[in-house]
Design a protein around this ligand. Structure first.
Ligand code: SHN
Ligand code: NAI
Length: 206
């Protein structure tokens, strides 16, 4: 297996989900939340999904909607239908909920903590363990980690306008990460004070 993690830009991309059951609905919500256009065939599309923007289409028009789609999710309970759709979509990005290894992307367990996105994949060995690990990681991330990320973002923006050499920018970012005074601010949740201090340091050093 050669799976590698990537983040796809889904804004305004076209997604077809075949199968309106548990898995199809979960995938549909995931892609809608990322800004995709969503059509669905196969089974009854629940009212709340339609309200979220899912457009149901008749199965008789499958080839047309496969053609329309940038990305296809195959998640019906009918093996033969899944096989047919997979054949039609052979040149597309395709997720096979029934036989993941026959598709070319999988949907990992994924979650955000503020702007940090985590994904976990057990190579298909145990989705339940992926969920367990997700919960453990969620409990481990602290408010201070998020503030540190925000401060790094702030500092990177400042540095890009001021310091030309990337290696110097990198050294500075590590210095900020380990600065005692800055970490005291962040411990107390004082992001603005930390930002002001970084601005002051940068003005005096560059
Ligand atoms: C390859 C993959 C994805 C892909 O399809 O792209 C895949 C494949 C399959 N899942 C199956 C079953 C179950 N999946 C779940 C739950 C989740 N499954 C998810 C991901 C993935 N599942 C990808 C690999 C992830 C990895 O390896 O780490 C999660 C993480 C994300 C999501 O789906 O949104 C979500 C948890 C969300 C969370 O909370 O974080 C449960 C639990 C439940 O329902 O309560 C069960 C029942 C228990 C069991 O079977 O273990 C079956 C068997 C079908 C059959 O028996 O017929 C297959 C097919 C096969 O294994 O062949
Ligand atoms: N990848 C994953 O995370 C998981 C994958 N699966 C697999 O994904 C598939 C779907 O699982 P669930 O969503 O849990 O099943 P489900 O039973 O909740 O949903 C199946 C959907 O397919 C539709 N369907 C069935 N036969 C059809 C046909 N001939 N034409 C049109 N629509 C049809 C049904 O109306 C229903 O909407 C199964 O093959 C299952 O083994 C199951 C659980 C998790």
């Amino acid at each position: 297996m050669g799976w590698t993690p990537l983040y796809l830009e889904m804004q305004d991309k076209n997604v077809l989900v075949v199968g309106a059951g548990e898995v199809g609905q979960r995938r549909a919500i995931r892609f809608l939340e990322a800004g995709a256009n969503l059509t669905m065939t196969g089974g009854q599309v629940p009212q709340e999904l339609e309200e979220m923007g899912v457009i149901p289409q008749p199965s008789s028009e499958l080839p047309k909607w496969v053609d329309w789609a940038d990305l296809v999710v195959v998640a019906s309970g009918d093996q033969q239908l899944n096989q047919e759709v997979a054949h039609l979509a052979k040149d597309k990005l395709i997720n096979r909920a029934d036989y993941p290894e026959e598709g070319n992307f999988i949907v990992p367990s994924s979650f955000f903590i503020k702007d940090v996105q985590f994904s976990i994949f057990t190579q298909g060995k145990s989705p339940i363990m992926a969920r367990q690990l997700r919960k453990r990681i969620q409990a481990m991330i602290q408010e201070e980690d998020i503030l540190k990320m925000e401060l790094q973002h702030f500092t990177r923006q400042l540095l890009k306008g001021k310091v030309h050499d990337q290696k110097n920018r990198r050294d500075y970012l590590y210095q900020i990460l380990n600065d005692k005074k800055i970490n005291e601010f962040l411990d107390k949740g004082e992001l603005e004070e930390a930002q002001n201090y970084v601005t002051f340091l940068l003005e005096t050093q560059y």
